[in-house]
Design a protein around this ligand. Structure first.
Ligand code: AMP
Ligand code: MG
Length: 481
């Protein structure tokens, strides 16, 4: 097979200052963990080839497939609020892009593929644990219906990666609508490289927001479109109890897909102040702060776009501010509707917000599992599994639902938005432990399999749906950089 992946690269055609040409660094002994068959098929990649020795060599970075133009892209970013003028793909290489049968374009990137011009002293590698974590959580997010980068494959390298200890290494093949970040815009904006900024904006409009091209002010329309998409995205995170953990501007994509599954986590018991990331000491990226942090990041994007929005600086600021003011409104509109759906209410009213607040307060005070509480509410025969302290609230809720067309909550709707199976930390930890200590990938297979259908009914005692026992609770997550 001469062209097993039909590349159609667009980012690599941009000027040289957008990236550095960089091949992945070969590894000693590649081993296949998993190929994502459904995704491979969507991308028109032959699964038999991808799982063959030749495919494995590509997934490990030992061979460059025909048509690939490997590059490491450059970007900057605000990390934990501090400006960093020079970041970039420090441990990733973009092999190229493919267009699927629906005409959608996707990046194919190897993550953990060796050092690049942007490694800043790092080894360019990824430990196996974080590779498995990203595979599990990104594919779980996809199945939950949350926009996300995806995982095409995970491989072992046969080489150790040195962190606090020696760990087995891995490479993840990441697929994304693009990897263009807010930080990519910042990189050119601070250099006052308006020509590059415009090329980048045109590229993003063409690739993600084609209707913006026809707007009176395409770059303002671009900003407005990104704001709207990120508002939806963050509201979806909040609804499933997802904490990203490292919401730096270089980890926020213009496409509105979730990216960078480092120290991320799903909440077990509900706590709005929850932080899992070991490096987030100031709780900057706590669950309840995600909307305001996203707003802050979009403000940084808006600032970068100012020179394109209007030649008159004051006018550009006025326009950008008006666009940014839409973020909280867009977030709340989407969130109100989403939370109402979680309660089986098809139309969201002002008083429903109060109902949601009361439920969340009860969950917090009673230390209730966020996911399971909503799931038990979704089935009237399971209401008895909820603590008695919730019963007055349930009566209020049912009274409110009595005004719905059916006179009760839409339980079918509820079971389609309240997942039963989520990638809980303790489950992920167990998968990683089995893989690293026993070279046993069966738990990985079982968990990823279950997470593909997060909303289907399962026996109550299924361990993959259970919150952690006290001794299983994972307090901290790490990014493995
Ligand atoms: P992250 O926290 O994963 O978003 O990474 C922030 C920056 O550090 C990005 O530019 C990464 O490419 C870079 N980076 C993370 N880990 C490594 C590593 N092991 N070697 C080189 N660069 C890295
Ligand atoms: Mg990153």
């Amino acid at each position: 097979m001469t062209n097993p992946i039909l590349f159609d690269n667009s980012y690599a055609q941009l000027p040289d200052r957008f990236f550095t040409r960089q091949n992945p660094t070969p590894v000693i002994k590649p081993g296949l963990i998993r190929v994502n068959q459904a995704l491979a098929e969507q991308l028109g990649i032959d699964v038999d080839w991808l799982t063959s020795t030749a495919g494995l060599e590509v997934l490990a970075g030992n061979a460059i497939p025909a048509g690939a133009e490997p590059i490491a892209t450059v970007y900057a970013g605000h990390q934990f609020g501090s400006w960093n003028p020079q970041l970039g793909d420090g441990r990733a290489v973009l092999l190229g892009e493919v267009v699927d049968g629906q005409g959608a374009r996707f990046d194919i990137q190897l993550k953990g593929s060796g050092p690049t011009a942007y490694s800043r002293g790092g080894d360019g590698r990824a430990p196996l644990g974080p590779v498995l974590r990203e595979y599990i959580v990104s594919e779980a997010m996809f199945a939950l219906g949350v926009p996300t980068t995806r995982s095409l494959a995970a491989v072992t390298t046969g080489e150790p990666v040195f962190r606090e200890t020696a760990l087995p290494g891995g490479v993840l093949t990441r697929v994304a609508s693009s990897h263009i970040r807010i930080g990519t815009f910042e990189f050119f904006a601070v250099k006052k490289d308006i020509e590059a900024l415009r090329m980048l904006a045109d590229h993003v409009i063409n690739r993600h927001y084609p209707t913006a091209a026809n707007a009176a002010n395409p770059y303002l329309a671009l900003l407005e479109s990104v704001i709207s998409r990120i508002a939806t995205l963050v509201s979806q995170w909040q609804q499933v109890g997802f904490i990203h953990g490292v919401l730096n501007t270089d980890n926020m994509l213009l496409s509105g897909e979730t990216v960078d599954y480092g120290p991320c986590a799903f909440m077990d018991s509900f706590d709005p102040t929850k932080v899992y990331s070991a490096i987030d000491r100031g709780s900057r990226y706590a669950y309840q702060k995600q909307p305001e942090i996203a707003h802050w990041n979009l403000m940084v994007l808006a600032q970068s776009l100012l020179p394109l929005i209007d030649a008159d600086q004051a006018q550009a600021v006025t326009l950008a501010k008006a666009a940014l003011d839409q973020f909280p409104l867009a977030f709340h509109a989407h969130h109100r509707q989403g939370m109402a759906a979680k309660l089986g209410l098809t139309t969201a009213t002002q008083t429903d917000e109060q109902l949601v607040r009361e439920l969340l307060e009860l969950m917090q005070n009673e230390n209730l599992d966020y996911t399971l509480t909503f799931r038990h509410l979704s089935d009237p025969t399971q209401h008895k599994l909820l603590p008695v302290r919730l019963m007055p609230w349930i009566e209020d809720w049912l009274a409110r639902a009595a005004t719905e067309t059916d006179g009760k909550p839409d339980y079918t709707l509820m079971r389609s938005v309240n997942p039963l199976c989520i990638p809980r930390n303790h489950l992920i930890e167990a998968v990683i432990k089995a893989a690293i200590e026993d070279n046993d990938f069966e738990p990985f297979d079982a968990l990823t399999q279950a997470l593909q259908t997060p909303y289907v009914e399962r026996p109550l005692e299924n361990p993959l749906t259970q919150p952690p026992r006290p001794d299983q609770i994972v307090q901290n997550t790490f990014c493995g950089t």
